[in-house]
Design a protein around this ligand. Sequence first.
Ligand code: XMP
Length: 529
Amino acid sequence: TILILDFGSQYSHLITRRCRELNVYCEMLPCTQKLKDLSWKPKGIILSGSPYSTYDTDAPRVDPDVFNAGVPVLGICYGLQETTNVFGGKVEACDHREYGFAQLDIVHNDQHPHANKLFEGIQGSMQVWMSHGDAVREAPKDFVVIGKTNTAPFAAIAHVNKPIYGIQFHAEVTHSQRGKEVIGKFVHDICQCKGEWTMESFISKEIQRIREICGDKGKVLGAVSGGVDSTVAAKLMHEAIGDRFQAVLVDNGVLRLNEASQVYKTLRQDLGVNLKVIDAADLFLGKLEGVTDPEKKRKIIGNTFIEVFEAEAARLEGEAEKEIEQGKFSKGKFEWLLQGTLYPDVIESISFKGPSATIKTHHNVGGLLADMKLKLIEPLRELFKDEVRALGRLLEIPDHLVNRQPFPGPGLAIRILGEVTRSQVEIVQHADSIYMEEITNAGLYNQISQAYAALLPVKAVGVQGDKRTYEQIIALRAVTTTDFMTADWFDFPHDVLKRISSRITNQVRGVNRVMLDVSSKPPATIEME
Ligand code: XMP
């Protein structure tokens, strides 16, 4: 097992991700974790980046035992700077903060073969992803430079005879060319981890775990949305406890066009999951009235979602009791609420909190009611999105479901900037359905990681049928990404854009302009709110 110490960087969990792709089991813990309190001995330690500067008075400090544990250490970004600090080098603020691509020139040290191990077999240079405002100005004693860029002469350093390495670039983000290979060299070659963690082993372990949690009577109420996460979670529950699992879809009024009925069809027909649809659109839209703040919208939807679930559980419970009285039904109570929470959501709530830790409150963890009567069961909480897809394929879920682009819990509410009203929902539903239809017809659906139409809260002047119009604007978003933590905007063929734009402006009432969002993440996010 590799120990990852999280100092609060937005990318920390991607280190976990890369290790797992390399089939190496790892655990990420907050940087405040003391090594002496661990019940297991790591084979290597990775120190993450951080929003702090090492010279801040309240900066998180690395446990000094990390460097005395006799295991290899790799410091990434802040991890490098903190290593430099501990060993007596110098870290200072950069004159020009560096974000984005840089070329890393590998420096080989003939006298110190040990130091070369991290980049062994990599010749010349490679493109790396930088995101830092501080840099090493002076390497500590006994460290040598193993990589540099135009602006960072100490972009990668290594101890001359101990397995301690530091890199300024984020090897864990996919934009870093060969970044995964570098992490591979660390975990496989330097730490000697074998690489035996697989998805099949995950399935059997998880089914076993669910059966143990639920016992032979416990019933689970399942939140499904038709998205890949909740579908895979539902199927996993179905495999584990069969008909003691009841799936429920809440129509919150901000789903895509005809989504509720489509989900009902696919979940029942393809997967045989027993699904109940609750129409709660009025309740949600009522609560959203007059609310424009994105975080408030998310919280309202999260809280209302749980509220509706609990009410449904109580209702089903009442039904079950009646049936027991009539001697028809003898199963136990609903004790659990299934959610398809993924690792990136979890990590935001457990990781070390830097000053900018909460970027958005994800509805499935952020909005939980304090007095919740159901306990949460989250079988996917250790997985990343593409791992969930791999799991779905292994569970024989049909391709069209496995390949479905993600749809956020707060739905169209965070794609209608400003107040959410029924008429705004209708506009965005219509525009979005045209957009998705054209994307599918052009054969682009699987090339895009996520696409949606958003409604901007501004009006612009136009002309239609010789008349002046003063109407709203639809923004088209389409991104490609592997991990949803960084993303590029998708480069549409112009003829496809032309068709989408003309159909939306002609067919969607209340819209006279279509704009294309060409922002990457960072600095934008995938959703607009
Ligand atoms: P951002 O906007 O943070 O989105 O770049 C990253 C991914 O997360 C999805 N997302 C959510 N999913 N509940 C969800 O279930 C949420 O509250 C939520 N907010 C964002 C987003 O659609 C993208 O796939």
